[in-house]
Write a protein that binds this ligand. Structure first.
Ligand code: TYD
Length: 212
């Protein structure tokens, strides 16, 4: 049987990576072997190389369409090389970001349009849709403040964008939520880490109890 594809989304600084690691701790070792944890941009050799180009603060002149295409390109490689084969082999895949990030950041944040960005991503991934998406809901100003505190002077090119950009991204996510309430579930990411983990585990368990 094909595995389940679960994606984790949210504004910068929402704590996705920490929470994913904490969720994994709650999964028995024997079942954890059946989970592939991956991330975007990245998740395969070529995609990690593209990630460096996209996030390098030196690449100030990057065109918005180039940015969207590079995200789609790294995603195509990641999905077709790493994720789909794992799902086909029956593994469950947890991905730190997926297409919704492009729809919110490039589609809405960069004004390229949700539909146009969806189209290039459907092409890149050959139409792979997540089975469940957890959206870590956190106001962008709080997320950015967390990043500044945790790793000052180490912001990537996207994190360096002004608050207005991140506010648009947040609105983009709200639009995606309203369009697909069945797939995208909201987690209140302003709470403590144990609380956010508990909310996340509950949502995943209710849809795919066999993962735990
Ligand atoms: P991420 O790796 O989640 O950031 P970090 O490692 O700092 O937690 O994502 C890097 C940045 O890329 C983040 O600002 C969101 C952005 N991004 C997009 O704009 N579009 C996309 O399709 C993806 C996957 C990420």
């Amino acid at each position: 049987m094909r595995g389940h594809f679960i994606t984790f989304e949210g504004p910068d600084g929402a704590g996705k990576t920490t929470i994913i690691n904490e969720i994994l701790k709650q999964i028995p070792a024997a079942k954890k072997k059946n989970i592939l944890v991956t991330r975007e941009p990245g998740g395969s050799k070529i995609s990690e190389t593209i990630r460096q180009i996209i996030l390098d603060p030196a690449n100030k002149e990057m065109d918005d369409r180039t940015e969207a295409l590079l995200y789609a390109a790294q995603r195509g490689q990641h999905i077709n090389e790493t994720v789909r084969p794992a799902l086909m082999a029956g593994k469950n895949v947890f991905s730190d970001r997926y297409i919704d990030s492009s729809l919110a950041y490039q589609g809405v944040g960069r004004n390229l349009g949700i539909e146009a960005v969806q189209l290039i991503n459907d092409f890149a991934t050959n139409n792979l849709v997540a089975d469940l998406t957890l959206f870590f809901d956190l106001k962008p100003e709080i997320g950015l403040a967390r990043i500044k505190k945790l790793r000052p002077d180490q912001e990537d090119r996207l994190e360096q964008e002004k608050l207005a950009f991140h506010q648009k991204v947040y609105e983009g996510y709200q639009e995606l939520l309203s369009r697909d309430k069945k797939r995208i579930k909201v987690v209140d990411a302003s709470q403590s880490i144990p609380d956010v983990v508990a909310q996340s585990v509950k949502i995943i368990k209710s849809k795919f109890p066999e993962i735990f």
